[in-house]
Ligand binder design. Structure first.
Ligand SMILES: NC(=O)c1ccc[n+]([C@@H]2O[C@H](COP(=O)([O-])OP(=O)(O)OC[C@H]3O[C@@H](n4cnc5c(N)ncnc54)[C@H](O)[C@@H]3O)[C@@H](O)[C@H]2O)c1
Length: 251
């Protein structure tokens, strides 16, 4: 990963920040592309304070003009974008029959349309160079569904389909598109889920055959592998990093 340029959306905190640590540790330059300017800026500064190479760039993934402009800016500044990680996400939970339209629209806009717009912008740049990897962060919730998560489930199922569609379309032109589907990892998103009464950590642990939550570092390791040259024959694939969650039937 030495000197590779890795863009991570929503990397101001949580999983995205763990990805940023893993890639910079291996010598990559990381771009924290984040809608929250406070956390985004702080994350890049923290990484630089640790001696890593990182910059913050404001990005709302819902706006395709912003992602296209960011790709152009980085291509000018750095010459190349090697890896783009679609990680930005939100969690809008509630019964399907009363889910506000705004929760549905926002979920699809951030996690599905946002991932597509970013992949499109980064993909154009990568296809022109004949090299690059796009990593989409999906979820086990896009594969195994449970109540109160209709918008999130559908957005993540769409992300898994997007990984296959783009992976197939761009396979012959040097660009791999891969995905990672985590189960539950304790981040701000999951803390909020628990606070909303949408599950407890004990239930999540009991539901996982490995009997514990995943760590951000364990998810980062899978993302790092898939983005690297060692995964050169893997494309159009979403890897579950879920402690056995999806395979488990009995509860
Ligand atoms: N934590 C888990 O258990 C878990 C499990 C499966 C999948 N995921 C997925 O992993 C990803 C990261 O989740 P997390 O747990 O770190 O959550 P998080 O809430 O800690 O981080 C999400 C980040 O995305 C950013 N973001 C939100 N909307 C944005 C937008 N429009 N443009 C740019 N950035 C935006 C937020 O500011 C935040 O920094 C998400 O896609 C999430 O769905 C998380």
């Amino acid at each position: 990963m030495d000197n590779r340029v890795v863009v991570i959306t929503g990397a101001g905190q949580g999983l995205g920040l763990a990805f940023a640590r893993r890639f910079t540790q291996a010598g990559a330059h990381v771009v924290i592309a984040e809608a929250n300017q406070t956390t985004g800026r702080a994350a890049a500064e923290a990484l630089r304070a640790e001696g890593r190479s990182a910059q913050f760039e404001p990005l709302d993934v819902r706006d395709p003009q912003q992602s296209a402009a960011l790709v152009d800016r980085l291509a000018d500044q750095r010459g190349h974008i090697d890896v783009w990680i679609n990680n930005a996400g939100i969690s809008r939970l509630g019964p399907a029959e009363t889910l506000p339209r705004s929760d549905w629209d926002d979920s699809i806009a951030v996690m599905l349309s946002g991932a597509f717009y970013c992949a499109q912008a980064a993909g154009r740049h990568m296809l022109a160079r004949g090299a690059g990897v796009i990593v989409n962060i999906a979820s086990v919730t896009g594969m195994a569904h449970h109540h109160d998560r209709a918008a999130y489930s559908v957005a993540k199922a769409g992300v898994i389909a997007l990984t296959e569609a783009l992976g197939v379309e761009w396979a012959g032109r040097g660009v791999r598109v891969v995905g990672v589907a985590p189960a539950v990892v304790l981040t701000e998103m999951v803390r909020a889920t628990v606070e909303e009464g949408q599950g407890t950590l004990e239930v999540f642990e009991r539901r996982t055959p490995l009997r514990r939550l995943g760590t951000p570092e364990e998810i980062a390791e899978a993302v790092f592998f898939l983005a690297g040259d060692e995964a050169s024959y893997i494309t159009a694939e979403t890897l579950r990093v879920d402690g056995g969650w999806v395979a488990y039937q009995l509860f």
